[in-house]
Design a protein around this ligand. Structure first.
Ligand code: 13P
Length: 341
C-alpha cells in the first residue's frame, strides 16, 4: 500500500478552503425527498438530478470530493460520459458510501445499528476499480432520556472501526461518521456529553482495530441543542461547544474534520462552520471542513423540482452554497452573502 498516498489524499480532501459534497443518499432516502417535491421516484429522475449536481460549473473551486451511492457511481451523463469521469475532469475526487444503512438494533428499542460489513472487502475492491478513492460509513446515535445505551455505542463504533481498517487495507481513505442526531428536546450540554462519549469510544475502537489516524477523516455532528429544545443556542455558543468537545476527544493525528449538516438549515450550517473557523482556525490541530449533504443540495433540489427548465437556476443555487461554505472555511462567511442567492 502507498502509505504516503493515503496521507496526501486525506489531506487533499480537507485542504485549504474546500470541503466535501455528499450526494450519497440511498434510493429510499432520495425518493422520500423527491416525493415531497412531486418529483417522480425513478432511476432516471435520480440520474438526472445527480447529473445536474456533478455538471455544476465551477464546483471544483469549492468542493474537493463528492460522495456517491452504489447506483450513482455506475451512472452516466445523458451523453454517455461516466459520472466518475465528469467528477475527475472537474478536479474533484470521487468517493463512495459503503454502509448499507442503519436498522433497528435487537434488544435496544429506539436505537439503530449500521450494517454492511459482510462482503465489504470485495465491495471496496470493486469500488476502487470503479474510481473511488475514499469511502464513507455512517453510524446513527439517537438521544433520549435513557439512550444512547452502551450496547448501541459499542456495536456501532466497532463496525465503524472494522470498516475503516478494511478501507485502509484497500487503499481508500475512510470517512468515519458517528452521527449524534439533532432530534429531541435535549440540551446543548447533553449533546456535548453524548458526542464526547461517542467520540471517545470511536477512537478507542479505531486504536484497537489498528486504524491509522493520519489516513482518515472524521465526519462528526456539530454540538447543538435538540431541534425541539426550549433553549436554543447562539451561533458562537454552538461553534465553541463543538470545537471544545472535539478537542477533548479527537487525537491531533486525524487528517481532518468534515462536519455533516444533519438537517440544519443551509444558512445556519454555514454560519456555525464559519464561527468555528473564526475562533479556532489557527488553533485547532485539524482542518475544520464540511461534508454537507442537505446543507448544500436542498435549495438546488427545491428549485429543480424535476423540471429541465430549472437546471441552470438550481446549479447556481448549488454553486452559491458551495461558495458560502468555502467562505466559512476561511472564516469569511457573512449572512449578507445570502442576499444574492
Ligand atoms: P447531511 O449533511 O444532510 O447530514 O448529509 C451528510 C451525510 O453524508 C450524512 O451521512
Amino acid at each position: 500500500m502507498n502509505t504516503q498516498g493515503l496521507v496526501n489524499l486525506a489531506k487533499t480532501l480537507v485542504a485549504t478552503e474546500k470541503g466535501l459534497l455528499a450526494i450519497d443518499e440511498s434510493n429510499p432516502t432520495c425518493n422520500k425527498r423527491f416525493a415531497k417535491l412531486g418529483i417522480p421516484q425513478t432511476e432516471e429522475a435520480r440520474r438526472a438530478y445527480r447529473e445536474l449536481i456533478v455538471t455544476t460549473p465551477g464546483l471544483g473551486e469549492s468542493i474537493s470530493g463528492v460522495i456517491l451511492y452504489d447506483e450513482t457511481i455506475r451512472q452516466r451523463k445523458t451523453d454517455g460520459t461516466p459520472f466518475v469521469k465528469v467528477i475527475l475532469d472537474a478536479g474533484i475526487i470521487p468517493g463512495i458510501k459503503v454502509d448499507v444503512g442503519a436498522t433497528g438494533m435487537a434488544a435496544h428499542p429506539g436505537e439503530k445499528i449500521t450494517e454492511g460489513l459482510d462482503g465489504l472487502r470485495d465491495r471496496l475492491a470493486d469500488y476502487a476499480r470503479m474510481g473511488a478513492r475514499f469511502a464513507k460509513w455512517r453510524a446513527v446515535i439517537a438521544i433520549e432520556d435513557d439512550i444512547p445505551s452502551r450496547g448501541c455505542i459499542e456495536a456501532n463504533v466497532h463496525a465503524l472501526a472494522r470498516y475503516a481498517a478494511l478501507c485502509q487495507e484497500a487503499g481508500l481513505v475512510p470517512i468515519v461518521e458517528p452521527e449524534v442526531l439533532m432530534d429531541g428536546a435535549h440540551s446543548l450540554e447533553r449533546c456535548f456529553a453524548v458526542t464526547e462519549q461517542v467520540l471517545r469510544a470511536v477512537f478507542d475502537q479505531l486504536y484497537t482495530q489498528r486504524v491509522v489516524l493520519e489516513w482518515m477523516i472524521l465526519k462528526p455532528n456539530m454540538v447543538l441543542p435538540g431541534l425541539t429544545s426550549a433553549t436554543q443556542a447562539g451561533v458562537e455558543e454552538t461553534a465553541d461547544a463543538t470545537v471544545r468537545c472535539l478537542l477533548q476527544a479527537v487525537p491531533a493525528a486525524v487528517a481532518g474534520i468534515a462536519f455533516l449538516s444533519g438537517g440544519q438549515s443551509a444558512e445556519l450550517a454555514s454560519a456555525r462552520l464559519n464561527a468555528m473557523n473564526v475562533t479556532f482556525r489557527s488553533r485547532a490541530p485539524w482542518a475544520l471542513a464540511f461534508s454537507f449533504g442537505r446543507a448544500i443540495q436542498q435549495p438546488a433540489l427545491e428549485i429543480w423540482s424535476g423540471h429541465e427548465a430549472n437546471i441552470e437556476a438550481a446549479q447556481q443555487a448549488l454553486q452559491h452554497r458551495a461558495k458560502c461554505n468555502r467562505a466559512a472555511r476561511r472564516g469569511e462567511y457573512d449572512a449578507a452573502m445570502e442576499g444574492g442567492a
